[in-house]
Design a protein around this ligand. Structure first.
Ligand code: FES
Length: 221
């Protein structure tokens, strides 16, 4: 069974040395970028005492837990440092759970919760649009499922470029939309577009699309 890559966060929202919490299909993950710019998506739970890693901070290429300061390496999630026992090496089993991650076309992509199922390379699942540079316009939370949002975007004649990606036409020319399944009832819609000057227009389009989708859903209830 092939695993589908999900776009979860615009790259511009995660600066170097920044840590964020993101909800994917109702499960929390911590998304962080090391000082050198590498992005990680990990289970949002410290392997020591289960504190949320999203409360921590970045130190170089490590994520530091906010509670006892244990440090976990971007490279493989292994524990590199225990401040209370500086002479002691952490057992290999003390390791953060790292999920497959990729960065492409201005978005950070998540490769699934099941570590037994490795996803196909991202390039095989998405139609690369080669629009460079891309500018982040905004994100909105929509109180509809991903299927409902997808159906409505098709109705608005957005061209589907991946299972969760769309390219606009006519009123929404060159606007790229990406969908994140936030939980069973909500979807986050992110907008990117090629010209920095028209970011505000794309943001307005995004609010307009959300209003239309939610009004449509209430109308058919
Ligand atoms: S709970 Fe994270 S270091 Fe102790």
């Amino acid at each position: 069974m092939s695993v589908q890559w999900l776009p979860i966060l615009p790259s511009e929202l995660l600066q170097n040395a920044e840590v964020l919490k993101v909800l994917i299909n109702g499960k929390e993950v911590v998304v962080w970028r090391s000082v050198s710019g590498h992005v990680q998506i990990w289970e949002n739970r410290c392997p020591h005492r289960s504190v949320r890693l999203s409360l921590g901070h970045v130190d170089g290429e490590n994520l530091v837990c906010a509670y006892h300061g244990w440090e976990f390496a971007a490279q493989d999630g292994s524990c590199q440092k225990i401040p209370a026992q500086p002479e002691q090496r952490a057992p290999k089993s003390v390791c953060s759970k790292a999920y497959p991650v990729s960065e492409n076309n201005g978005m950070i992509w998540f490769g699934g919760f099941d570590l037994e199922l490795r996803p196909e390379p991202l390039a095989q699942q998405i139609l690369s649009l080669k629009i460079i540079p891309v500018h982040y316009a905004g994100s909105v939370l929509i109180h509809c499922t991903m299927d409902e949002v997808t159906e409505f975007l098709q109705h608005l004649h957005f061209r589907q470029t991946s299972p969760c990606g769309f390219l606009g036409d006519d009123d929404f020319a060159d606007v790229q939309l990406f969908l994140t399944p936030t939980d069973a009832e909500k979807t986050t819609l992110h907008a990117l577009q090629p010209q920095a000057e028209t970011v505000q227009r794309s943001l307005d389009s995004l609010f307009q699309i959300r209003q239309q989708i939610e009004e449509h859903q209430y109308a058919v209830l």
